[in-house]
Design a protein around this ligand. Structure first.
Ligand SMILES: C[S@@+](CC[C@H](N)C(=O)[O-])C[C@H]1O[C@@H](n2cnc3c(N)ncnc32)[C@H](O)[C@@H]1O
Length: 284
C-alpha cells in the first residue's frame, strides 16, 4: 500500500473526487439563469425534509428517516451520478433541491482536506491568493470547483424556495475565507458556530465550525473543558485509540487513513442537528 502523506495527492484521493475530465467540469456560475429556470420549473414538490450533501456515511439522512421523514443523501462515493463537478451530477443535485420541502434542511460537509491547516503546505491558501490556493495543483482546482458549484446550487435554490442550510468544516478550514463562500454566507445570512465533535461522542475532539442560517444553530455550540477533554481521551483508550496522525523526525505531521474515516458524523451529533431543525420547523 502506498505511503499516505500530506505532501502528495494520495492523502486526499478519498476526499476530493471527480468522475470527469477537468475540461468537462461543470462551471455552475456560468449557467445561473438556466439553473434558476430549472429550479423554478415543473417538478417541485415537498418530498425531502433534508438533503445530506456530501453525506457518504448517510448518518444525517438516516436520522431524518428514523424520525419518519424522507431524506436524500448525495455523495460521489455512494453514487457516480452524484458528482457535483459533472453537469449530470450537478443537475441531479438540482432535481433533489426541487423536491426539498419548505423549511427543509440542507446539511453539507464538503471535502475539507485541501482547506485545512494540516495540508497548508500543499494547498497554500492564504490572503495573498484570496484563499483559492495553489491552483497549479489539480486537486486544489478540484476542491475549488466542488465548493463553487455547491455555492451556486445553494444561492440559486434560495432564490426559489425557503430552506435552511448548515455547512460543516473543521475549525482550521479556510473554506469560508474565499469570495464564493463569503458571498454565499452573506446572501443566505449564515452565522458561524464553534463546536466540538468530541462532545457529541466522536473519538477525536475535532474543533468544528458550523456555518448556517438555522435559527437554532447556536444550540449546537459546545465548549471543550479540561474535564471533557479527559473524557474524550478515556473514550479513545476504550475504543483502542486509533492512531490518526504521525509526526516524523522533522516534526512533519501526516494524517493517515483512520483520520479520513473520522469524517462520518456520530449519531449523537445527527440527533442534535435534527432536534435543532425540528424545533425551528415547529416554530416557523
Ligand atoms: C468530509 S467528507 C464528508 C463526510 C460526511 N461528514 C459523512 O458523514 O459522510 C466529504 C465528502 O465529499 C465527497 N465528495 C468528494 N468529491 C465529491 C464530488 N465531486 N461530488 C460529490 N461528493 C464529493 C466525498 O466522497 C466525501 O464523502
Amino acid at each position: 500500500m502506498p505511503k499516505r502523506t500530506l505532501e502528495g495527492d494520495a492523502v486526499v484521493q478519498d476526499d476530493v473526487q471527480s468522475g470527469c475530465d477537468e475540461g468537462n467540469w461543470f462551471q455552475a456560475e456560468k449557467h445561473r439563469s438556466e439553473i434558476r429556470s430549472f429550479l423554478r420549473g415543473p417538478g417541485n414538490s415537498e418530498r425531502f425534509a433534508m438533503i445530506d450533501l456530501f453525506g457518504a456515511s448517510g448518518q444525517m439522512s438516516k436520522r431524518w428517516r428514523k424520525a419518519g421523514w424522507d431524506a436524500f443523501a448525495y455523495d460521489i462515493k455512494t453514487s457516480k451520478a452524484h458528482d457535483v463537478t459533472s453537469a449530470d451530477g450537478f443537475w441531479a443535485l438540482c432535481s433533489a433541491g426541487k423536491r426539498l420541502m419548505t423549511n427543509g434542511l440542507i446539511f453539507g460537509g464538503p471535502p475539507c482536506s485541501l482547506y485545512v491547516w494540516i495540508s497548508k503546505s500543499v494547498h497554500k491558501r492564504s490572503e495573498d491568493n484570496a484563499f483559492v490556493g495553489d491552483t497549479g495543483l489539480y486537486k486544489v482546482r478540484m476542491s475549488n470547483r466542488i465548493v463553487a458549484n455547491m455555492c451556486v446550487f445553494l444561492q440559486e435554490l434560495s432564490e426559489c424556495k425557503d430552506f435552511y442550510t448548515v455547512i460543516e468544516q473543521p475549525s482550521s478550514s479556510a473554506m469560508f475565507k474565499m469570495k464564493v463562500t463569503s458571498s454565499l454566507a452573506k446572501q443566505l445570512e449564515m452565522e458561524r458556530v464553534w463546536t466540538w465533535m468530541g462532545l457529541f461522542g466522536h473519538e477525536l475532539p475535532k474543533a468544528t465550525i458550523l456555518t448556517g442560517n438555522l435559527p437554532s444553530l447556536p444550540t449546537l455550540r459546545r465548549v471543550l473543558t479540561n474535564a471533557s477533554r479527559k473524557q474524550i481521551k478515556n473514550r479513545q483508550k476504550k475504543t483502542g485509540g486509533a492512531k490518526f496522525y504521525t509526526r516524523d523526525a522533522d516534526g512533519k505531521v501526516t494524517g493517515n487513513k483512520s483520520l479520513q474515516n473520522t469524517a462520518a458524523y456520530t449519531a449523537e451529533f445527527c440527533t442534535a442537528v435534527y432536534k435543532a431543525w425540528a424545533k425551528d420547523l415547529k416554530a416557523n
